[in-house]
Design a protein around this ligand. Structure first.
Ligand code: GLN
Length: 390
């Protein structure tokens, strides 16, 4: 009998720790301003916190229905109708999860088989790689076109008989792009033509700066093949509450719910009820939130440009991906650059390579998150300016 192998699993060994969360740790070590991990440093809405406190005081302490409380699922249905113009059946289509992170992996494990391939426009949010490994699926990363546009021809070329799905994220992390109606339409036509499933990560659906978010579920022929992932984290500034959800075609819901149930049983019951209330708020909440994000965006963009980081104006989400060549030393990688920035300037970012399958593609990029108080952003800007001029 051989020695037992005391090691991590082969699956776990195929991916590394999250660079985004690692950078948060490094930021703490250096007492730096954390513009790395995407979470707000400002308070969550008062009414939402009061609602959560009330539900806890009322002793809502036990499990909710595994796929989400009736109240929250009904509110998601109302929200989707009112804000997205999409009619869904909360009983047959909604699964509430512990954040969009669990939602994506539960959805993949619920509908994909080992060996299935899915297409992911690149750069991409780092979770999709490990999600694929854990689901036994194979990600096919397809570079975006110039200006971070969807390249459907490249997707067509990359796909083959084993390709089952596409993962889309819009508004997009890390680029700040909001894909146009024309891009979405072309993508959906391709998805239908190849009989694929579209996983659409819409966690930033309320954080965009012009127009409204267009859910691909609205495109003709997409209702039966679109799995929407979203959640409360970004919309209500509660990334630590872990309340996310999946909207799936009815015939895919039971597989997804089974996976979700055995992964986590359910999201926190009192927080589900509080989010159920918030989802029914009037539109003025979103108008104000967007104005505040617009102000943060402009402080960040101005600061970056002033410090010699040429910055396009993000269309959505709360990130700016910038080219750092103006400050990079010869041969210095993006990771080394980000480490130098955190140490010498006291500002933490996420190195661009963590959003690419080949690190070389992100070697001149870093991502700044501006979901921060104006004073945090101003402090970061003056640190960057001082450092850049030094
Ligand atoms: N989505 C956020 C980001 O990209 C937070 C990621 C996380 O830590 N779950 O930074």
């Amino acid at each position: 009998m051989g020695e037992p192998e005391l090691r991590e699993s082969k699956k776990a060994s195929r991916f590394s720790e999250s660079v985004i969360r690692e950078m948060t740790r490094v930021a703490r070590e250096h007492n730096a301003i954390n513009l790395a991990q995407g979470f707000p440093d400002f308070p969550a809405p008062h009414a939402l916190k009061e609602a959560a406190v009330k539900w806890i005081r009322d002793d809502l302490n036990q499990y909710a229905v595994t796929w989400g409380s009736d109240g929250l699922r009904a509110s998601i249905g109302e929200y989707m109708l009112k804000r997205r113009g999409v009619s869904i059946d909360p009983d047959a289509q909604v699964t509430v999860c512990c954040g969009a992170t669990e939602a994506m992996i539960a959805a993949m494990m619920g509908v994909l088989d080992p060996g299935d391939e899915f297409l992911v426009p690149e750069p991409f949010y780092e979770n999709y790689g490990p999600d694929a490994i854990l689901a036994g699926a194979i990600p096919l990363f397809v570079p975006m076109g110039n200006g971070f546009t969807l390249d459907i021809d490249a997707m067509r070329k990359a796909s083959g008989p084993k390709t089952r799905a596409v993962v889309l994220n819009t508004p997009h992390n890390p680029t700040g792009r909001v894909f146009t109606r024309a891009e979405l339409k072309e993508l959906c036509e391709f998805v239908i033509e190849r009989d694929l499933i579209l996983f659409t990560d819409e966690i930033y659906e309320e954080i965009l700066y012009t127009g409204d978010h267009h859910c691909p579920l609205l495109e003709p022929g997409m209702a039966e093949r679109t799995i929407v992932i979203s959640g409360a984290s970004k919309t209500f500034s509660v990334t630590g509450w872990r309340v996310g959800w999946i909207i799936s075609p009815p015939n895919m819901t039971s597989g997804i719910r089974k996976v979700h149930d055995f992964l986590t049983v359910g999201a926190p019951a009192p927080l589900q009820e509080a989010v159920a209330e918030a989802l029914l708020w009037e539109d003025d909440y979103y108008v104000k939130m967007r104005e505040e994000y617009r102000a943060r965006r402009s402080v960040m963009v101005d600061g970056l440009n002033a410090a010699g980081f040429p910055c396009e104006i993000p269309e959505g989400a709360y990130y700016a991906m910038v080219d750092v060549r103006g400050h990079q030393r010869r041969e210095e990688t993006d990771v080394e650059f980000a480490m130098r920035l955190v140490r010498d300037a006291g500002v933490a970012t996420v190195p661009g390579s963590s959003f690419y399958s080949d690190p070389a593609d992100g070697k001149h990029l870093v991502r700044f998150c501006y979901a921060k108080k104006i004073e945090t952003l101003e402090a970061a800007n003056s640190r960057l300016l001082r450092w850049a001029g030094a």
